[in-house]
Design a protein around this ligand. Structure first.
Ligand code: ST9
Ligand code: FAD
Length: 633
């Protein structure tokens, strides 16, 4: 048994019994992937994940990649290369790529459930295999030649990178200085330095296709002046066969030494440094629309990063639970004074139970949030499959689904990464006591590997601002209103199932979030006449993001509990096959009810404090933070 324990049953329960994905599975455009096929896929990928994919996880941490700059090669453990190759050879990635590129259309709710398994077992495997999904962008937005290149990426398992970041342009992508100059033959020559570029080099790539943001000569400032260039690492001399020519002027000059996720190569890249070897690129789709095009990639990558974090928390919880069930320490609290009392496993201690339930509620609640978001994507994806732009052309339902997905992405990414890292450290690792600190167990690596998730693809601060300013204010609250109405509907339901206390807590939580939105919106409006009023918003966007995430987790746990209670009371078998008729199924369903109730009593009341903190930011309070001289910090 490797380090990784999946939770396929939970994914199946959420997908089928809670989110009703049988409505899309097996139906156009997903005729080839019905419910049975989807379940087989989940079990097959879980087996791969727990076996050959997880196998190299530890070694690739202890023996990080080494760059040979002169040779332009990198070495990494053979075991990792085997894990990666196993993933490539098993071809599950075909479910994520365009049919025109040899893919099999599958709903995002299924593909993200599958991705969780790979990302939990060995995240770098999935990240190194991103060339497949990058090919979709070339296929959708590229010229006919670029579409051919997309096919080569798939057929030859080429790698791909997204190059935005530069030494002086991190969160502020628009500060990028990489330049692009027309070469006169339809191509462009790029010069500049890109920093922190994931998957820039690997021993198993024959070629890498870089997606590079650069500023054409004469273009304006900021992100709107950037264009997206396709820059192959090696020139492709024949687009039919994929024959490779010389190296392009793209040099990997260093690989970063990191806290975690070490096997994922994070590269510094020099573009066009050598005058004799320019970095030759082609404008994506022959249009100057760089930042919007790159956001197609970013949206997918933000979902991926959130899912990676959520997968790590689930794995950490499973590891903690396994340990707690075996570890005998101390007597039951009711017998604490009796020195001869029998020793018990630590699962008997109330504080350990509190910690395990907190981990369970967040791990399963965040999975539900991720899969709920993916189920919204199902609608958008199905429209895209019919060649329709969901933002403009498929009726109000799909356009709304696209907006709801936009709203949810910063929650999956921002809340997923923050909650996962915190809980992995404070609860999962803690459950193992001193053993958690040792490299004999996987959790310390989970903690190190998960830290990056709140940093890249936009830090949590950026997610919070995106969430409020773009996804709520600019949207005039349409998507938020839609989700809030769903929460309201569940929470005010009249069901005789003994869950009224949980519904009440969710309803109160919704009221607190509404109060926050009202206050923040008023401040944003005020800032149009008094600009510094926006500081009150800026001080609160991270808190507001996390609070909204908690509300949606509480809501989804409630929905799970309602289904579980119905199955427990009726004795019916769920669509996922779960049933109270067997001991294991009954315990699972009881756990669902307990997790929802625990979250409602332990976590949701904190939203009241969050609302009070946010709305207490009057002018004096804001000034005491914003007017403080730097020297006073
Ligand atoms: C990185 C990689 O960190 C880490 C791991 C990589 C993992 C590898 C795996 C990846 C797989 C990828 C596969 C691809 C598959 C794709 C398949 C699908 C086909 N939503 O507000 P403004 C746009 S990489 C959508 O004025 P500023 C929009 O066009 C580095 N679009 O911003 C907008 O115009 P308009 C990651 C958005 O002040 C325009 O931008 N780095 C959104 O100019 C300007 O907007 C970061 O993430 C959005 N949410 O710039 C940087 N937001 O308004 C973080 C903006 O007219 N920094 N646009 O519509 C930010 O996000 C900043 O807020 C900023 C600010 C750069 C956007
Ligand atoms: P900064 O932008 O300097 O931020 C520093 C701090 O200030 C952060 O806490 C941030 O939240 C805060 N801050 C900055 N601006 C604001 C603001 N306006 N409001 C509030 N707070 C703010 N980039 C790529 O292009 N491609 C990749 O493949 C890639 N992979 C990566 C892999 C790794 C391992 C790492 C570490 C980074 C990677 N990145 C990649 C870069 C990554 O996206 C950036 O590190 C990230 O966007 C943050 O930028 P920065 O590091 O420059 O931090």
């Amino acid at each position: 048994m490797g380090h990784y324990r999946s939770n396929v049953r939970d994914a199946e329960f959420v997908l089928l019994d809670v989110l009703g994905r049988q409505e899309v599975l097996g139906k156009a455009p997903y005729e080839e992937v019905d419910v049975e096929t989807a379940r087989e896929a989940l079990h097959a990928v879980a087996e791969l994940a727990e076996g050959p994919l997880a196998e190299s996880y530890t070694e690739s941490d202890r023996t990080p990649p080494v760059l040979d700059r002169a040779a332009g090669t990198v070495s990494m453990p053979e075991s990792f290369v085997r894990s990666y190759q196993t993933w490539v050879d098993n071809e599950w990635w075909r479910l994520e790529i365009e049919e025109g590129l040899g893919g099999t259309p599958a709903p995002p709710s299924l593909t993200w459930a599958l991705s969780e398994l790979v990302l939990g077992a060995n995240p770098a495997v999935k990240m190194f295999a991103a060339g497949y999904t990058f090919s979709n962008v070339l296929f959708r937005l590229g010229t006919p030649e670029q579409q051919q290149l997309a096919q080569l990426m798939v057929d030859h398992a080429w790698g791909a990178t997204m190059m935005l970041t530069e030494p002086d342009a991190g969160s502020d992508v628009g500060a990028g200085r990489t330049k692009a100059v027309k070469a006169g033959d339809g191509s462009w020559h790029l010069t500049g330095t890109k920093r922190f570029i994931t998957s820039g080099i690997a021993p198993f790539y024959d070629n890498v296709v870089h997606f590079v943001l650069a500023r054409p000569e004469g273009a304006g400032p900021g992100t709107k002046g950037l264009s997206l260039f396709i820059v192959p690492q090696r020139h492709v001399t024949d687009l039919e066969t994929g024959e490779l020519g010389e190296e392009n002027g793209v040099e990997i000059t260093a690989i970063e030494h990191k806290m975690g996720l070490k096997v994922s190569t994070t590269c510094e890249v020099a573009l066009g440094e050598d005058d004799a070897r320019p970095a030759v690129g082609w404008l994506l789709g022959e249009v100057h629309d760089g930042i919007a095009q790159m956001f197609r990639v970013i949206e997918y990558a933000r979902m991926l990063v959130g899912t990676k974090a959520i997968a790590a928390l689930s794995a950490g919880y499973q590891a903690a639970l396994g340990y707690a069930k075996d570890r005998v320490q101390g007597a039951d609290l009711t017998q604490m004074a009796d020195k001869n009392a029998p020793r018990v496993t630590i699962t008997a201690h109330p504080d350990v139970r509190r910690s395990l339930l907190l981990q369970k509620a967040y791990a399963e609640g965040l999975r539900a949030l991720m899969l709920y978001t993916a189920s919204v994507q199902d609608q958008v994806h199905a429209a895209q499959d019919r060649g329709i732009d969901p933002d403009t052309g498929d009726g109000p339902d799909v356009a709304l689904a696209a907006k709801v997905n936009d709203l949810l992405l910063p929650l999956v990414k921002g809340c997923g990464s923050e909650r996962a890292f915190t809980l992995l450290g404070t609860e999962s690792l803690q459950t193992l006591g001193g053993s958690g600190f040792l490299q004999d167990y996987p959790i310390e690596q989970y903690v190190r590997d998960a830290k990056i998730d709140s940093l890249y693809e936009g830090t949590t601060a950026i997610q919070g601002q995106d969430f409020f300013f773009r996804k709520i204010l600019r949207d005039r609250g349409q998507a938020l209103g839609h989700v809030a109405a769903q929460v309201q509907q569940t929470a005010s339901g009249q069901v005789d199932d003994g869950l009224d206390d949980v519904r009440g807590a969710v309803l109160r939580g919704l009221g607190e979030i509404n109060g926050m939105v009202e206050f923040l919106t008023a401040k944003a409006v005020e800032s149009q006449t008094r600009p510094e009023a926006v500081y009150a918003v800026g001080l609160s966007t991270t808190r507001f993001l996390l609070a909204t995430g908690d509300l949606l987790i509480g809501w989804l746990l409630l929905r799970e509990a309602e289904v579980a209670k119905r199955l427990l009371d009726s004795g019916e078998r769920g669509v996922s096959g779960v049933s109270a008729a067997d001991d294991d199924g009954r315990a699972y369903l009881q756990g669902k009810v307990a997790a929802a109730r625990f979250f409602a009593t332990e976590v949701l009341p904190r939203l009241g404090a969050d609302r009070r903190t946010i709305t207490a930011a009057d002018d004096g309070q804001v000034a005491s933070v914003m007017d403080l001289p730097e020297a006073a910090f």
